[in-house]
Design a protein around this ligand. Structure first.
Ligand code: SAM
Length: 464
């Protein structure tokens, strides 16, 4: 076992130098984009140059290439999931968060029965993959509560519904606690750095254990040490200069690759939203839609194999646009409050922050299908042991598409059969059949077509 040292691996001097470098001329930019197209690693200066491009034609070209990279590696599939908030107790004072300790409201954590009811609602929406979310509170929401919650979630089976992968987004913790999450079948351990700028970090994390920048920054080292192979990073865009944040996020990924042989499994790009007890006007680094689009494009160019996750914090229009710049995972039908799914059914709403895409999953599914994307409820890689380095090797070999597309089509078919309305059935079956016939590898195509038949005849949970 490695001795884990609380030491920063983020080099802010390199970031400043990269951003101060000359803007790329046309030939240099073309060379950087050619490297990105071949999925070759980009240096910090090259990424900075992509972030600094101003010409509209060049920007359109970058967006196009980013979208093509995602399609080439993962096909047209878009992975679907929903968050599940189980506890809003929190001992931290994060300036931007509705759960902040300074905010006075009736806090709650769900009982195991309440969790099961939320999961039944999520399953009846067709979800198979959840992100478990909780505030940090060692007394009211300790690790055993979280692992009990995971067991409760995995135990619920409503109709043909079941949760097949739980990603967990809880505060930075110890190797022992990460081992407990691993033993209960965690999918990805997700933790947003919020900001890599240590000064801004202290400004926005005014109290509680999360104020410790280094402890937060080194959380994935402990998670990987504990045996968790898939970790998901992210920045809360709006707390500091977005260009520096992108470069720092890439340094974090490089650190994990260097030390553990595998970097981020996913990256999330939450953008700061209005929440209880905070005023967006107090945040000078709010990113515009154009800047946000650049963030996603550059991340896709620099991290071709990493899942990039977009939440319902964004409007349907922006989500549609960003899908064309390399987004590969979307949340759908989300509520961001504890017990929120049942409350929404009862017409109430308490949330951690506001959401801007309020469409139901089925509306999102229809819109994706109309745009030629395959909504995917696939969880096969994790269940087949294709995690960490094994997943990345498959992605880098160019063969991941041979499992992603069939699994996406098969899980979409399950969704349509179990939760689809007449409109979705009418367009969905045709869409799936047409797509399956275009799979270029004959063996994969035949196997997919035969499994599609089996699913139509009532079998479930087939995957490769
Ligand atoms: N307690 C865990 C932690 O400290 O990492 C989980 C945090 S919370 C349930 C998930 C994420 O919501 C946070 O990491 C933060 O990035 C995001 N978030 C909090 N307030 C937000 C806001 N006002 N707008 C957008 N995202 C926000």
């Amino acid at each position: 076992m490695k001795v884990l040292i609380l030491k920063s691996f983020i080099d802010h001097d390199i970031i400043s130098e990269a951003l101060a470098a000359q803007k790329a001329d046309d030939a240099t930019l073309a060379a950087i984009l050619a490297k990105a197209e071949k999925s070759e690693p980009l240096s910090q200066t090259e990424v900075a140059q992509l972030l600094l491009v101003e010409d509209a034609g060049h920007i359109a070209e970058m967006n196009r290439i980013a979208g093509e990279i995602k399609d080439r590696i993962y096909g047209r599939r878009v992975v679907m999931f929903a968050p599940l908030y189980v506890s809003d107790y929190c001992v931290n004072n994060c300036s931007y968060c509705g759960y902040s300790h300074k905010n006075q409201f009736n806090r709650r954590r769900l009982s195991m029965d309440e969790i099961k009811r939320e999961v039944e609602i999520l399953e009846s929406m067709g979800h198979k993959r959840l992100a478990l979310e909780a505030g940090e509170d060692p007394v009211n929401c300790d690790i055993d509560y979280i692992t009990d919650a995971m067991e409760a979630i995995y135990s619920v089976q409503k109709g043909n519904g079941s949760i097949r992968r739980i990603n967990v987004n809880i505060a930075a913790t110890t190797v022992e606690n990460y081992k407990k999450l691993e033993s209960k079948g965690i999918g990805t351990y997700i933790l947003f750095q919020e900001t890599y700028d240590d000064t801004a970090y202290l400004e926005h994390h005014q109290g509680g254990p999360k104020r410790n920048y280094l402890y937060h920054l080194t959380a994935f080292d402990r998670a990987m040490e504990a045996g968790i192979e898939d970790v998901g990073g992210g920045v809360l865009f709006g707390l500091a200069d977005y260009r520096s944040e992108v470069l720092a996020l890439l340094q974090h990924n490089a650190h994990l690759e260097e030390v553990y042989g595998v970097g981020f499994h996913t990256v999330s790009v939450p953008r700061l939203k209005k929440a209880l007890g905070m005023d967006l006007a107090q945040y000078p680094h709010i990113v515009t839609d154009e800047q946000f689009k650049r963030i996603v494009t550059v991340l896709r160019l620099a991290l071709p194999y990493v899942g990039i996750i977009l939440s319902t914090r964004e409007t349907p229009e922006i989500r549609d646009e960003l899908l064309r710049c390399g987004i590969s995972q979307l949340s759908a039908g989300s509520v961001t409050g504890v017990g929120g799914y049942e409350e929404r059914e009862n017409g109430e709403d308490i949330s951690q922050f506001s959401v801007d895409d309020e469409r139901s999953p089925i509306e999102i599914i229809k819109s994706l299908v109309d745009s030629g994307y395959i909504p995917s409820y696939c969880t096969a890689c994790y269940r087949s042991g294709r995690t960490g380095d094994r997943f990345m090797q498959l992605a880098k070999s160019g063969k991941i598409g041979y499992v992603c597309e069939p699994n996406a089509l098969m899980t979409l078919l399950e969704y349509i059969q179990d939760y689809g309305d007449d409109e979705l059935k009418a367009k969905g079956y045709k869409f799936i059949d047409e797509h399956a016939k275009t799979i270029d590898n004959p063996k994969v195509r035949e196997m997919t077509l035969s499994r599609i038949e089996r699913l139509k005849n009532g079998e479930r949970d087939l995957y490769v």
